[in-house]
Design a protein around this ligand. Sequence first.
Ligand SMILES: [Zn+2]
Length: 176
Amino acid sequence: METVPVNCNNCGAPLEVAAGANYATCGHCGARLAVRRTGSAASTEVLEKLDRTTERIAGHLEELTRQNEVERVDREWAQEQANYLVGGKDGRRHLPTQRAGLVIALVMGGFGLIWTAFAATFAPFPFPLFGLLFVGFAVYTGLSQVKGAEKYAEAEARYHERRREAMRKDPDPPPG
Ligand SMILES: [Zn+2]
């Protein structure tokens, strides 16, 4: 069998490997070696080192994929959040809260009822009924915000779940 002289890249011992071999085991230190050929010259590389480099690159890719996935989930959530915003007294949009909703329904609705009762004592029919319209509007607006706050809380929980998912995801199977 034709052999090629090489040195073990791990311990430096001289070795003879078969001419066509791509892999060899050092008889001196037992290292698993990959045989590299450049023209007629041959050298060896310790396989374990190769494996570690490959693993490191794979690890980096996995980390990058995870980061991209988490950033995508965050971006989508930032866009989704905009759907839940409600107008505030100061004209700025903010997230709905159950408390603000109840305050609107009870305080504004209560004010409307008092106004209606007061107007009924002197104003001709159907003028006091406008008060009831106001009450209805206040209750509807307030309860809508309570409902919105619930939906927002559910959406936020889904977002946190997606984010956890993305952070532990194995990137090998492509999404979808
Ligand atoms: Zn060796």
